[in-house]
Design a protein around this ligand. Structure first.
Ligand SMILES: Nc1nc2c(ncn2[C@@H]2O[C@H](COP(=O)(O)OP(=O)(O)OP(=O)(O)O)[C@@H](O)[C@H]2O)c(=O)[nH]1
Length: 213
């Protein structure tokens, strides 16, 4: 988070001239600057409280609130909504073999790729250690599946290399659940997406699986 700097003082020769009007104007300007700064500070704190510190993606708390809100909107409109859960394959050996800092770098790369390859309005969150969730308001099963497949392929072509320049060969598995067919509530949809993700892992990884009805 950026540090807030307040520049409220002026050189004495510009303002300290004994002119009451000038002093009043300066006081008013200072008050305005202070209250503006408070607003900005509050905004920065609020923003930080919904972000994951490592990747800058939205965090799980934000995901839960947003998914509930977006589902209510989908019901009102009405329209579809999809939830993609994505997990990096064999991430533990990456950490174990190449170090935690390298693992962090991989997480940041994947987070950046996801952010850059979703539609505006889609919400990308870091759900857990090496697990991400994307909320796609308005996306039906076909659209979300296509987007998920695209993301899977993009990750497989990510150019992350080890010290000796050999490619890491990163892959991800994905689980997809859609409103309304797989559930109407946030926890149900997340559960179904998680089950589908488990199926994708069991099926051999580097694949997308769709929730069962
Ligand atoms: N570098 C780094 N590693 C993390 C972070 N959070 C969780 N991890 C690691 O992520 C790994 C997750 O490992 P597992 O849950 O066994 O999953 P996996 O090895 O990816 O295996 P599959 O998901 O079955 O393909 C663990 O080693 C955690 O320590 C983090 O913020 N940074």
């Amino acid at each position: 988070m950026g540090v807030l700097h307040l520049h409220l003082t002026s050189p004495p020769d510009e303002t300290d001239n004994g002119d009451p009007q000038a002093e009043f104007a300066l006081g008013a300007a200072e008050d305005m600057a202070l209250s503006l700064s408070n607003v900005q500070l509050r905004e920065q704190l609020e923003e930080a409280s919904v972000r994951d510190a490592l990747t800058g993606l939205y965090n799980r708390r934000f995901l839960d609130d947003t998914l509930t809100r977006e589902l209510a909107r989908a019901e009102r409109q009405p329209g579809p909504l999809s939830v993609l859960m994505l997990d990096i394959d064999h991430f533990k050996p990456i950490n174990d073999d190449h170090g935690h800092a390298f693992g962090d770098k991989v997480l940041i790369e994947v987070a950046g790729l996801l952010s850059n390859n979703v539609r505006r309005g889609d919400i990308v969150c870091r759900y857990g250690g090496e697990e991400f969730v994307i909320i796609m308001p308005g996306a039906d099963l076909a659209a979300a599946r296509q987007r998920g497949e695209h993301l899977r392929q993009q990750v497989a072509t990510l150019n992350i290399t080890l010290d000796d320049e050999t490619p890491l060969g990163l892959t991800v598995s994905l689980g997809l659940a859609c409103y309304p067919q797989h559930g109407e509530y946030a926890d149900t949809l997340l559960h179904h997406a998680d089950m589908a993700l488990y199926g994708a892992k069991q099926g051999g990884r580097n694949r997308l699986a769709i929730a069962h009805h």
